[in-house]
Design a protein around this ligand. Structure first.
Ligand SMILES: Cc1cc2nc3c(=O)[nH]c(=O)nc-3n(C[C@H](O)[C@H](O)[C@H](O)COP(=O)(O)OP(=O)(O)OC[C@H]3O[C@@H](n4cnc5c(N)ncnc54)[C@H](O)[C@@H]3O)c2cc1C
Length: 466
């Protein structure tokens, strides 16, 4: 055992080790690996006391029971791809519970559901169900490495959510552990369930602060037979908002409606050598899916609609071309990272009808603070990634970004929107949650937290301070 550990923690870990053996790590090298997540904003993190890799839900129950009774805080962890500091320790007395080894799932074809352990990689589940003609739509750009548990805890979303909804819309049931090791089981593999308050949906998006999810029942839907992708290039930003409204009210329901501004087009060209027109102010990536005949017809309708607006279009003719366009969209994060040594990526949401005013207002804000700004995202559901680039070695630039972010959130709330559509509150957005929820909202959040976790031991310091 590592002698640097506090006596009390050491005693508790000795006890757990009897059951867990090699699945409990206290070596400093192992612990340091679990200190950070993918958050870009610098956070003062602390190395956890131990990292535990449970292999089944019984073990998780035992671990939580022991740690909770001994007042040792816990950080549940999936792949550590959180962008708001949700998977990191702030105090130094935490134990990380990593779900890497709980990565099994079972498909129920008759009920079109799947029962998944929290450590399942989302992409692996998607590929497996697709072999049976079934579809699990939630598609965060991190889907190739993030986990079902992390996606549920953050209520993750992605491009397809405009048509198919977010993770919450696919969670039918949850099992897990809360205070003192009490286990819960909410929901069932059924489409209708109104027995009492809907704790299943409520726990989705709780960011590991209320308890630990050990199993999920997920809903599957039929896999669309065809997918086609179209690009539309714009000379005026106002036309982007108009085009989005037109498409979304035309009777055609795109499976993705993604936006990139001028800075993003340039960055992605440089990163992937795509040859997209850099004289345009922005582009829309539009994906349509469904029955092949319907998709063909809808493609024609959307193309005509855009041409009538004076917008130029480009159709992907082959699956390779489509994949190339999607690869460009998914590469936007790293592509724009090259525009500065530091980047903040805020995932705000505003009502679609206000996008035409909102985007220029953000550009004005960036100009005011003399920051490079790149905007892209899921414009079809009003969810945009606003990126401010800065020189992170320059304290004045860091200060400017902090002020710009605060103003961005105020602007977003004034526009009737949300400070986060995907990444959650974690640590980085905690100071701004009150802007959106108000005093009463914050009190309710704290009340719920106390009910599930009276000792503040599940992911402490995230979402709200209690
Ligand atoms: C390149 C990149 C692209 C991204 N794109 C998107 C995107 O398009 N859309 C989007 O929504 N997000 C995106 N993200 C953010 C991130 O991938 C998601 O929030 C994802 O859901 C986190 O999953 P994870 O497995 O990495 O969880 P982690 O980062 O390990 O944890 C996230 C949170 O979940 C909690 N948690 C994890 N497992 C459990 C559990 N079993 N029980 C209770 N709580 C748990 C953790 O405590 C933490 O608070 C992106 C991140 C990166 C790095």
């Amino acid at each position: 055992m590592n002698k640097a550990l506090p006596k009390k923690v050491e005693k508790v870990l000795e006890l757990l080790k009897k059951d867990l053996g090699d699945n409990l790590k206290i070596d400093i090298v192992e612990r340091v690996l679990y200190e950070k997540d993918a958050t870009a904003i610098p956070i003062e993190t602390k190395t956890p006391q131990a990292v535990i890799f449970p292999t089944n839900k019984k073990q998780v129950q035992k671990i939580v029971e022991i740690l909770y009774n001994e007042d040792i805080p816990m950080i549940p962890r999936g792949a550590g791809s959180c962008l708001t500091g949700g998977a990191v320790g702030l105090r130094g007395d935490e134990v990380v519970i990593s779900f890497e080894k709980m990565n099994k799932f079972k498909i129920d074809l008759d009920n079109a559901t799947v029962v998944a352990q929290p450590g399942v990689i989302t992409y692996e589940l998607q590929k497996a169900v697709e072999k049976h003609g079934l579809f699990y739509p939630p598609d965060p750009s991190s889907y190739k490495f993030s986990t079902i548990g992390g996606n549920i805890a953050e209520n993750a979303g992605g491009p397809r959510c405009v048509k198919y909804g977010v993770t919450r819309d696919y969670v039918l049931g949850l099992e897990g552990v809360i205070k003192y090791g009490q286990t819960f089981k909410f929901g069932a593999p059924v489409m209708k369930d109104v027995a009492g308050y809907d704790f299943t949906k409520f726990l989705v998006g709780s960011e590991g602060t209320l308890g630990i999810i050990t199993e999920a029942i997920l809903r599957l839907i039929p896999l669309p037979k065809e997918r086609r992708v179209l690009l539309a290039f714009f000379d005026r930003l106002e036309d982007v908002g108009r085009a989005v409204t037109k498409i979304m009210t035309s009777g055609v329901f795109p499976s993705a409606l993604e936006f990139m501004d001028k800075a993003c087009i340039k960055a992605v060209n440089e990163y992937k050598n795509l040859g997209l027109p850099e004289d345009k102010v922005g582009l829309l990536l539009i994906e349509l899916d469904g029955h092949p005949l319907a998709v063909e017809q809808e493609l024609l309708e959307v193309s005509e609609m855009l041409k009538n607006m004076g917008v130029s279009i480009q159709l992907a003719h082959t699956k390779e071309e489509e994949e190339k366009l999607w690869a460009a969209r998914r590469a936007l994060g790293p592509a724009i990272s090259k525009l500065g040594t530091g980047k903040v990526n805020e995932d705000i949401v505003v009502p679609r009808s206000r996008l035409a005013e909102y985007i220029p207002a953000v550009e004005k804000l960036a100009k005011k603070y003399e920051l490079i700004c790149a905007i892209f995202g899921h414009i079809g559901d009003g969810n945009l990634h606003v990126n401010f680039m800065f020189d992170k070695s320059n304290p004045q630039e860091v200060e400017k970004v902090e002020k710009a972010v605060e103003e961005l959130f105020k602007l977003t709330v004034d526009f009737g929107g949300s400070i986060t559509g995907e990444h959650g509150v974690g640590i980085t957005k905690k100071p701004f949650l009150k802007l959106q929820l108000g005093d009463v909202g914050i009190e309710l959040v704290k009340g719920v937290k106390k009910l599930f976790d009276p000792k503040n031991l599940f992911n402490p310091g995230k979402v709200v301070d209690v």
